[in-house]
Design a protein. Structure first.
Length: 310
């Protein structure tokens, strides 16, 4: 009987210690948890509610059900145009940016004297990122009197207003996105450092050249890093706003009217907050679907070191 009482008392003390430790854990994460609930979960819940209302920030929200979504999908031509421009931007800028970042990472991974200095110099422009100042500078570079046209004039080639023409305006934003390669390059460089040199030595013994080693060793071993960068860049590109807002204002002829810019205009220019909330949730679903497709296809081209091991 005493043994049972002692065992029960020990179990009770053990449970109390577990509860105390659990309480301490929740206490430590309380600042983050409170911030997450108040700054993320609560605004998202409000946004979801507002997407079913006619809300203008100036008047109380009026429940309209699926009316906003019905108008977006069936009667809003601007939604379709902004979606086309955004998908075209993502489909062109992301592959070019990742390819350029990988190329620079391969160059900066070489063992050359002063390479730390070169890495710093090449990465330095990325510190200012997609700031307003860079967008204004880009406007001056590709404007009718910009540096690009002055260079073409030196070569006796007639320049044009690259930003003001529908067929070239989006291209200037793509070039700017590719120029902001810094974060992807650093991640690629980190991944290249993790590839064992023994793999390249064994390949050279078998007679493989640099090109063959790149496609049969570098790319397969770097594929998880490529997947990581791809997902990050796709998500970021779908939300591209600053460049289009500062450089092109969405023009000309809505050629660069990005989805995020359209959402911003609806929310803070026309004060159609309910409609903008619906647009935001549609964008969230689109990004989720595209990300899921990337992960589903990654099974065929992403290779991990522990594959095939028990």
């Amino acid at each position: 009987m005493n043994t049972q009482k002692n065992a029960a008392a020990a179990a009770g003390r053990r449970n109390r210690r577990i509860r105390d430790k659990s309480f301490e854990g929740y206490l430590y994460i309380a600042p983050w948890l409170i911030g997450f609930l108040l700054l993320t979960v609560w605004p998202m819940g409000q946004s979801l509610y507002f997407s079913f209302t006619d809300y203008s920030l100036l008047q109380p929200a009026n429940w309209v059900g699926w009316q906003n979504y019905d108008k977006i999908f069936n009667r809003d031509s601007t939604f379709v145009n902004s979606l086309k421009a955004t998908f075209l931007f993502v489909a062109t800028s992301v592959p070019l940016k990742l390819a350029f970042a990988l190329l620079l990472a391969l160059v900066l991974n070489m063992k050359l004297k002063g390479m730390h200095f070169y890495r710093t110099v090449i990465y330095f422009p990325s510190l200012i990122g997609a700031s307003v100042a860079v967008a204004i500078l880009w406007n001056n570079i590709f404007g009718i009197d910009g540096i690009v046209n002055h260079f073409l004039q030196y070569l006796n080639i007639a320049g044009k207003n690259w930003i003001g023409l529908p067929e070239t305006a989006l291209g200037t934003l793509v070039v700017l996105a590719v120029w902001q390669f810094g974060s992807s390059m650093v991640i690629f460089l980190s991944g290249l450092k993790q590839i064992p040199t023994e793999c390249y030595e064994a390949a050279s013994v078998d007679g493989a050249g640099k090109v063959r080693s790149f496609f049969q060793i570098t790319l397969p071993l770097l594929s998880p890093i490529i997947l990581f960068n791809l997902v990050l860049q796709v998500i970021g590109s779908f939300q591209m706003f600053t460049q289009a807002f500062i450089i092109t204002k969405g023009g000309p002829v809505e050629a660069t009217y990005m989805y995020a810019l359209y959402l911003f205009d609806k929310a803070f220019t026309r004060f159609e907050m309910g409609y903008a909330s619906a647009l935001a949730w549609i964008l969230l679903v689109i990004i989720g679907i595209v990300t899921a497709l990337i992960f589903s296809t990654s099974r065929t081209w992403v290779h991990y070191e522990n594959e095939g091991r028990d």
